[in-house]
Design a binder for this molecule. Structure first.
Ligand SMILES: Nc1nc2c(ncn2[C@@H]2O[C@H](COP(=O)(O)OP(=O)(O)OP(=O)(O)O)[C@@H](O)[C@H]2O)c(=O)[nH]1
Length: 202
């Protein structure tokens, strides 16, 4: 029995493997169509400073970008911003930057702001922003390099240079927030919306 009962599959406007896995594991039928937008340019033009508002704007823009090319389809966009105080981090480029970023985050609590938007024919039907608080252990350079040696290049695909469901778990001493929010997609609010739209059967 299929969980999905939408007339057409959802469209996920994302390249993110984590987001695809979360939807697939939840039994959602979807097509993945990455939204190639200038995230940093949109962020700068917006003048927004709050990480949750920036994530919400980018999620909506990704969904709208794909929605206008797929009339009549429900399109899901998502974005995640890591914030430490008033500093914001995006995905590290290369091992050196990942090491630098982890050294800054070590021994401190950072926030993950994960946003989603569902857009159809350019209209935003649903949006959500959820936050998780991540307290990282004190880590010296030896520990950071040992982690990066073990975790490999995969760490570059995440804003915090970690996959919590993988070796990233070794970096933390306290995690406060929803597991799915940490992975980059507030799944529970999304499923509640889709259930309200009679697009999922349970
Ligand atoms: N597997 C995993 N991925 C994570 C984790 N934390 C953050 N991420 C991923 O980090 C990425 C955050 O960067 P974004 O800019 O929001 O998304 P993206 O990967 O560029 O993909 P788009 O949706 O196409 O923009 C997302 O793919 C998240 O799924 C984690 O703990 N585990």
């Amino acid at each position: 029995m299929t969980i999905w009962c939408g007339v057409q599959p959802l469209i996920l406007a994302s390249q993110s493997l984590a987001r695809r896995e979360l939807l697939a594991n939840a039994g959602i039928t979807f097509d993945a169509v990455p939204a190639d937008i200038d995230e940093r340019g949109i962020q700068q033009k917006s003048g927004l400073k709050a990480p949750g508002e920036i994530a919400a704007l980018l999620a909506e823009r990704k969904a709208a970008f794909i929605s206008l090319r797929h009339p009549g389809r429900y399109v899901l966009g998502a974005d995640q911003i890591l914030a430490l105080g008033d500093r914001m981090f995006s995905k590290p480029v290369g091992r050196e930057q990942a090491a630098e970023q982890l050294a800054i985050l070590a021994g401190r609590t950072h926030e993950l702001h994960s946003a989603l938007a569902v857009v159809c024919d350019g209209a935003t039907l649903f949006s959500n922003v959820s936050v998780a608080h991540m307290t990282m252990r004190k880590l010296d350079d030896v520990a950071i390099n040992a982690y990066l040696d073990a975790a490999g290049d995969k760490v570059m695909t995440s804003v915090g240079a970690y996959q919590l469901e993988g070796l990233g778990v070794h970096l933390f001493e306290l995690i406060e927030g929803d597991h799915f929010t940490i992975l980059g997609l507030p799944l529970l609010p999304l499923l509640s919306f889709l259930r309200g739209e009679e697009m999922i059967a349970i």
